[in-house]
Design a protein. Structure first.
Length: 185
């Protein structure tokens, strides 16, 4: 059985994007990419909302020869995985191994998890909140960056309580704290 994992970068005050939608405050380095690459190797499918997909589709055509090895490794991992984009407004997708879904079908996601041998990740705070509310998310990897944004897009905005069990934590040299949780409810 595959796990569905929410991976998010967040400011100390809980925002994944600033008030203007910017994410420039969380510039990844070699240590970060090494960690993310190790985490993403087990992923067979990325589940995205429109905005997250539009940010991530860059990796489809990123020139691997021009990238640092750890960044090129990430791009290769991304390209090798299946992608599902949930959007009512996106006209089409422009990356390989990608399908466009207009509605979130909870039963279909449960079946993919039950039948799958490779994990799934959900990307995008709004979509992740819907998946959490539906009881689909098994684990969260929260990367807390040493910055306070004072507003923006919440990393996880749910209307119900969510109980978590801490599985692991670590700190990078730049002060990014990784918290790995299992959802226990």
């Amino acid at each position: 059985m595959a796990k569905l994992i929410y991976v998010t970068n967040t400011s100390l005050d809980g925002y994944t994007a600033d008030r203007d939608g910017g994410i420039e405050w969380g510039v990844p380095d070699e240590e970060y990419f090494g960690f993310i690459n190790d985490l993403e190797r087990s992923v067979g499918t990325y589940l995205y909302g429109r905005r997250m997909y539009e940010a991530m589709v860059y990796w489809e055509t990123a020139p691997l020869a021009d990238l640092a090895p750890w960044v090129a490794d990430f791009a290769s991992i991304w390209r090798a995985a299946d992608k599902v984009v949930f959007s009512k407004t996106l006209a089409s997708v422009s990356s390989g191994r990608t399908t466009l879904e207009r509605e979130l079908n909870v039963d279909a996601i449960r079946k993919v998890k039950a039948d799958g041998s490779r994990d799934l990740t959900v990307g995008g705070a709004d979509l992740a909140a819907q998946f959490v509310e539906a009881g689909l998310v098994d684990e969260c990897h929260v990367l807390v960056w040493p910055v306070v944004l004072g507003g923006g897009t919440r990393a996880l905005s749910t209307s119900s309580r969510l109980d978590l069990q801490l599985l692991d934590e670590r700190r990078s040299q730049r002060g990014v704290v990784h918290l790995h949780y299992r959802i226990t409810q």
